[in-house]
Design a protein around this ligand. Structure first.
Ligand code: UDX
Length: 453
């Protein structure tokens, strides 16, 4: 099939490369010339395991190409995916300007029937707006071309996006057109093997499904973070509680991890957008308000622990805290809404220096921190280390922020020698408290008893 994908972010690029890999002819468009220039030169603008090889293989085979031209993209395709960003507006609602601009650009150019697919996460009712934008342009041109607008939300997790795309647990198609549904079913056939994964519904239900999923997952995390904070006060261990809960098939073991609060490009934005949609319909979602509030507070829990350990925030001045991990989760260089940024902000405000290491996100983190704090403050307060061991050298304490694999089994003896105050704060509960304490280190996790050295 001939497909064009508008927007070469995570969703667009991964979807494009995966569709090309099963034999489709895919053209990826972005208005960002720098991005398209990079892709044409064989460089991938984001870090996603396996994506580099996938893009290269399909580009070389002639199944995947890149362009900044809407003329080329619209001419190319029978199916056009919209995978542009929907960043939050100031009031939390999703900003639809990119998606509607893309819709208008399509309407200005189509000359033969086309199926337009919303893959971006968009508020309920957006497909209607996309349809109206395309129709408006057709009317302006006095042209009559058949088209359908379909909602096909993505459920990709960064760091596992290719696996999620090629082995989906579900394929949601929201469509009011039998022809478009048929075409989408055909397109997804290579990924819909062994047992039926495609669920077809009306457009609005598909749009809401995506928000409901992310909102529930975010709520689950905030719930566990609240239980964790209580467990700490009760002398219980959230890791034991998590295991006991996860064995109930109605609850299941996934997404029950207490930590530093959720971050990333989806949960914070989508929760805010759904809260806003509910408010607009005079049907506030009180649970989601709480989910958000709990998450904001949770991002500060590690700082509070560090400050308490040293006798108060005012005692932190001049100290150096080492951070392991900066990205919002492992296997990505994405720093959007990363809890590490909140922690660094609080540490800087307390006059604390930060020595940070991340296996992949260092460069992106430095860029974001420089923009936020300015070159002078960063030069004096921030050291980006080249290795994990280098970050702890000369530091007072270590905070584990992101659970990258390479942090899972560190040399605790080395940490005990290097850290002046011999303290480890485990923001993801990846260490066995006893093992850390035995090495002569103070240990504190999330939702479990602290251990003296
Ligand atoms: C998410 C959804 O999982 C995906 O379906 C959707 O399409 C996009 O948003 P992603 O943002 O890549 O994917 O990350 P995810 O792995 O879901 O984690 C989100 C955040 O929750 C991270 O900050 C993570 O650290 C945190 N998290 C996750 C927890 O704190 N505890 C958990 O148990 C799971």
């Amino acid at each position: 099939m001939k497909i064009s994908i508008i927007g070469t972010g995570y969703v667009g690029l991964v979807s494009g490369a995966c569709f090309a890999d099963v034999g489709n002819s895919v053209l990826c468009l972005d208005v960002d010339e720098r991005k398209i220039g990079m892709l044409k030169a064989g460089r991938i603008p984001i870090h996603e395991p396996g994506l580099d090889a996938l893009v290269t293989r399909n580009t070389q085979a002639g199944r995947l190409s890149f362009s900044t031209s809407y003329d080329v993209a619209v001419e190319h395709a029978d199916i056009i995916f919209l995978a542009v960003g929907t960043p939050p507006d100031e009031d939390g609602s999703a900003d639809l300007s990119h998606i509607l601009a893309a819709a208008r650009s399509i309407g200005q150019r189509i000359t033969r029937p086309v199926v337009v697919v919303d893959k971006s996460t968009v508020p309920v009712g957006t497909a209607d707006k996309v349809r109206a934008a395309i129709q408006g342009e057709l009317d302006r041109r006095g042209a009559q071309v058949e088209f359908a607008v379909v909602s096909n939300p993505e459920f990709l997790k960064e760091g596992a996006a290719i696996e999620d795309f090629t082995r989906p647990d579900r394929i949601v198609i929201g469509s009011d057109s039998a022809h478009a549904t048929q075409l989408m079913r055909q397109l997804y056939t290579p990924f819909n093997r062994n047992h039926e994964k495609l669920v077809q519904m009306d457009v609005r239900s598909a749009e809401l499904t995506k928000y409901a999923c992310n909102a529930m997952l975010a709520t689950r995390i905030s719930f566990m973070n609240e239980v964790a904070n209580l467990a700490e006060l009760l002398g219980a261990d959230i890791e034991a509680v998590r295991l006991g809960m996860g064995m109930d098939p109605r609850i299941g073991p996934h997404f029950l991890y207490a930590g530093m609060g959720y971050g990333g490009s989806c949960f914070p934005k989508d929760v805010k957008a759904l809260v806003k949609t509910a408010q607009e319909h005079a049907r506030p979602m009180r649970l989601l308000d709480a989910t958000e509030q709990v998450n904001e507070a949770q991002k500060n829990v590690l700082f509070e622990k560090v400050a308490r350990h040293f006798g108060g925030a005012d005692k932190l001045r001049g100290r150096t805290i080492a951070l392991w991990g900066l990205s919002f989760k492992p296997n990505t260089d994405d720093m959007r809404e990363a809890p590490s940024l909140v922690l660094i902000r609080s540490l800087f405000a307390a006059g604390c220096k930060v020595a940070a290491y991340d296996p992949v996100a260092s460069e992106e983190a430095a860029r974001v921190l420089l923009a936020e704090h300015g070159p002078e403050r960063c030069a004096g307060m921030l050291r980006i280390a080249a290795t994990a061991a280098d970050a702890v050298r000369g530091a007072d304490a270590l905070v584990l922020v992101t659970e990258w694999k390479e942090f899972k089994s560190p040399d605790f003896g080395m940490l005990a020698r290097e850290l002046a105050e011999k303290a480890v704060f485990d923001g993801r509960n990846i260490y066995a408290p006893e093992a850390v304490a035995e090495a002569g280190l103070y240990y504190e996790g999330i939702g479990r008893r602290a251990r003296a050295a």
